[in-house]
Design a protein around this ligand. Structure first.
Ligand SMILES: [Zn+2]
Length: 368
């Protein structure tokens, strides 16, 4: 075998492909080389070898550095272990989801390097036992909602982020891939929600993931087979306390469901499940409500498609990366710790968008 190219480590290449969920066919296509050429590299055949430009292409599609493909692979998967995906199937995550989740973990690293005040998520993320579920849901509601009966998704996200939790949103990924993801860290744990879901669905997912974060270290998640229903119940109790549900009472169940949905900002489906738990709605009421929620969301998406106006880039950034992370980067920019190029890189946005973000988030004019 003649050695003519850069000595790529085949096990590393395989590792990064598995880690991001790319098959040889799709990697070859994305990186602009032939499948047979990639196959040779994967078998350690260095003839014809790979040029630096090709290697660079491959590395960028795998979201890694060229150097990492020359050395042995890492020991652990890049996504942290304590994770939850609210998802419908057990297939591997799509490339697009993997890619965005990795970008969020990178953003979290940036956040840690820029954030110089101690975050404390402990008040919100205290562990609890299953039997304390209702009590902790009520406490959580008090911490996040104050006196408000319902919160918009933005308000809820802001309230959760105030406790040092970073909330990110994936875009362009179907909800069948995943609805929510969470990874626990002592500092800056993260929650990711899927933007393709309805607003009410996303609120529910956010609280579901919050329950996971609360319980990660207790072992409750791993020893209990009831973790998923428990997290769902937690989300339902936070959004729909019994007193508020009863406050919406109507004689007709469908009207009651509709009123809860409207007053408490939940889907009709979630409202019906809650009424079913409390013994006021039947399974068929729940099934009907589920269908109505699906129809409503389908109509909404259609409307959005027809009135599609391009979303300005700064708005996309904010929606993607959340307020807490975005403001941390902008704070660092304003205090001169990083420059515009760093900030635009960290926020994955063009320099002109930075000023728009600053204006929107209430920074002083011309602040940097
Ligand atoms: Zn879950």
């Amino acid at each position: 075998m003649t050695s003519t190219g850069i000595p790529v480590n085949p096990s590393s290449l395989t590792w990064y492909m598995n880690d991001i969920g790319l098959s040889p066919d799709s990697l070859a296509k994305k990186a602009g080389i032939s499948v047979s050429h990639l196959d040779k590299i994967l078998h350690g055949n260095n003839d014809p070898g790979v040029s630096f430009r090709q290697l660079n292409n491959i590395a960028s599609k795998l979201l890694t550095t060229t150097a990492s493909l020359l050395i042995p692979p890492p020991r652990n998967p890049s996504l942290p272990e304590h994770v939850d995906f609210r998802r419908n199937k057990n297939e591997p995550l799509s490339y697009e989801s993997n890619k965005q989740l990795k970008q969020f973990l990178k953003a979290r690293d940036n956040y840690l390097s820029l954030n110089n005040h101690e975050d404390s998520s402990s008040a919100l993320l205290r562990q609890f036992h299953h039997r304390e579920l209702s009590q902790r849901a009520a406490e959580t509601r008090a911490l996040l909602f104050g006196n408000k009966i319902k919160l918009s998704l933005t308000e809820l996200s802001d309230a959760v982020e105030r406790y040092g939790i970073l909330i990110f949103r994936v875009h362009g990924v179907p909800t069948s891939d995943f609805r929510g993801y969470s990874a626990y860290f002592d500092v800056a744990p993260i929650i990711v929600i899927n933007n393709k879901d309805s607003e009410n669905g996303r609120k529910f997912t956010l609280l579901h993931e919050l329950a996971h974060l609360m319980n990660h270290t207790s072992g409750l998640c791993s020893i209990s087979t009831n973790t998923e229903p428990m997290c769902n119940q937690f989300a339902a109790l936070v959004l729909m306390p019994e007193s508020s549900v009863m406050g919406c009472k109507e004689d007709n169940v469908d009207a009651w469901i509709l009123k809860i949905s409207d007053k408490l900002g939940v889907s009709e489906h979630a409202a019906a499940i809650r009424l079913n738990d409390l013994g006021y709605a039947s399974r068929s009421d729940v099934a009907k409500a589920e269908q109505r929620s699906k129809d409503a969301w389908a109509r909404r998406q259609k409307q959005q498609k027809t009135s599609d106006r391009p979303v300005p880039q700064w708005r996309q950034t904010l929606s993607h990366l959340g307020r807490r992370y975005t403001s941390t980067v902008l704070d660092a920019l304003q205090s001169g710790r990083i420059d515009e190029l760093d900030a635009s890189y960290m926020l994955d946005t063009r320099v002109p968008s930075l000023e728009k973000l600053q204006t929107h988030l209430g920074y002083d004019e011309g602040g940097y």
